[in-house]
Ligand binder design. Structure first.
Ligand SMILES: C[S@@+](CC[C@H](N)C(=O)[O-])C[C@H]1O[C@@H](n2cnc3c(N)ncnc32)[C@H](O)[C@@H]1O
Length: 249
């Protein structure tokens, strides 16, 4: 059983975020750095779309790009129930296209499933084709600011009678080529019924300098700034939720 096939448990596991604060930060970065007014967002690897209601409440439209069927259906249900100006496109972040372009792209929680330079190039090209000139691409947790960024973490979240203990355990499987494999485990107690859900994620870890260089090589993106913890006054630090911002040329 895959973690992303279980949107409800995933939602509980990652519900530690202050979504309203995260959206405040996004609006502040846009006010300072976007060269275009923003009315529409694309969230890459949107999963259960945790920011969708807050963004739509503030008057934006939303497109999510998501690979998992279960997550896609889960978010589509939210859109239908709350009648939101939003849609979910099923697709792979490595190569995709949207029917309409957007004003800003977002990626949260290190959902950066890129395994090689070719995939990175293709991804940045796809996002560039989706975002209007002058718009931003804001990525949370996608690149490594410190070598120690790879570390085991575990936390517990409870909602009603459901408890989820999440363990994120990354390791290098090819250090020379900077390929890491992370095991994500959800130990669930759902009204007394115990379940273990786990899966492996493989990715190429990019340092901030490598990432900026690759983004600039595309000739479509310029590096703008880096932040931490969804706070415009905070710079990246070890163990921070570090964020990088690109702008579409
Ligand atoms: C860590 S979750 C993030 C979900 C949501 N964005 C959030 O902030 O909680 C990562 C999501 O990325 C999706 N995903 C994994 N590989 C993908 C890919 N290649 N293209 C698009 N989505 C992908 C997974 O199905 C999962 O829903």
């Amino acid at each position: 059983m895959q973690v992303y096939d279980n949107p409800k448990y995933y939602e509980i596991a990652f519900s530690f975020r202050d979504i309203s604060k995260e959206v405040d930060f996004i609006e502040q970065v846009i006010a300072k750095e976007s060269r275009i007014p923003v009315k529409s967002f694309l969230e890459i690897a949107s999963g259960n779309s945790p920011h969708i209601k807050e963004l739509c409440k503030r008057g934006y439209s939303y497109v999510g790009l998501e690979l998992s069927k279960q997550m896609t259906e889960y978010s589509r249900e939210i859109i239908k129930k709350s009648v939101l100006p939003a849609e979910i496109v099923e697709g792979d972040m490595i190569k995709f296209s949207l029917p309409q372009s957007v004003d800003c792209a977002l990626l949260f929680l290190g959902s950066f499933y890129i395994k090689s330079d070719d995939e990175l190039h293709s991804h940045l090209d796809s996002v560039a084709n989706a975002v209007r000139s002058g718009g931003l691409y804001i990525l949370d947790g996608a690149v490594s600011f410190y070598p120690e960024d790879i570390r085991k973490q575990s936390w517990e979240m409870v909602e009603g009678n459901v408890k989820v203990v999440t363990t994120y355990d990354p390791k290098w499987i090819d250090r020379d080529n900077k390929i890491s494999e992370a095991k994500i485990t959800l130990d669930v107690n759902d009204n007394g019924e115990k379940k273990k859900i786990e899966h492996l994620e493989i990715r190429r870890i990019y340092s901030i300098n490598e990432f900026i260089k690759k983004a600039q090589e595309t000739d479509k993106w310029e590096y703008i700034d880096s932040f931490s913890d969804f706070d415009v006054s905070k710079k990246p630090y070890d163990e921070g939720r570090n964020i990088v911002v690109l702008r579409r040329k």
